[in-house]
Ligand binder design. Structure first.
Ligand code: C5P
Ligand code: MG
Length: 165
């Protein structure tokens, strides 16, 4: 069976900027499959016996970026599984990836020639608005990192590692 090369759009922006919200709209309007690096990492962390559970957990709690090998394998697996189930689903909207230099190197190393990057969407809004949204979301999301301590670290990581902002 010949598989299409995945066509990828990356979506970037700080935590709480509304990536997830906009993704849902793009998926609905343009038929992309949404993959979130953060969601995939959280799912892997929750797998019983996961080799990387602890490492993922400590990085997420500290607002740090998980080593790219782990994240990229989760993304690659998710794209393959989606396309195996339905060949027509080769368009992916990847949220929260390519978030630092290590992510970019990992992508190039593993995916060069195996996927086509269409473009990158970048969202921005003030730290304060993002912060308030996450605290609000934290009341009901149960996310271990939607609290003031983790959020401050995430904002710091984001500001120091992401491109121009
Ligand atoms: O994007 P989201 O806020 O869901 O990401 C949650 C956490 O997942 C990040 O704070 C970071 O610890 C981790 N992450 C990562 N590498 C990525 C995306 C997210 O390590 N490319
Ligand atoms: Mg998200």
């Amino acid at each position: 069976m010949i598989m299409m090369k995945p066509q990828v759009v990356f979506e970037l922006g700080g935590t709480g900027v509304g990536k997830g919200t906009q993704c849902a709209k793009i998926v609905e309007a343009y038929g992309y499959t949404h993959l979130s690096a953060g969601d995939l990492l959280r799912a892997e962390r929750g797998q019983e016996g996961s080799e990387y559970g602890q490492l993922i957990d400590s990085n997420i709690k500290d607002g740090k970026i998980v080593p790219v090998e782990i994240t990229i394998n989760l993304l690659r697996k998710a794209m393959e599984e989606t396309m195996q189930l339905d060949q027509s689903k080769f368009r992916f909207l990847i949220d929260g990836f390519l978030c630092n230099q290590d992510n970019l190197q990992g992508w190039t190393h593993v995916m060069e020639g195996k996927a086509d990057i269409q473009f990158v969407l970048f969202f921005d809004c003030s730290n304060q608005v993002c912060f308030d949204r996450c605290l609000e979301r934290g009341k009901s999301s149960g996310c271990s990192n939607d609290n003031r301590g983790s959020l401050e670290k995430r904002v710091q990581t984001y500001r120091s590692q992401h491109g121009p902002s």
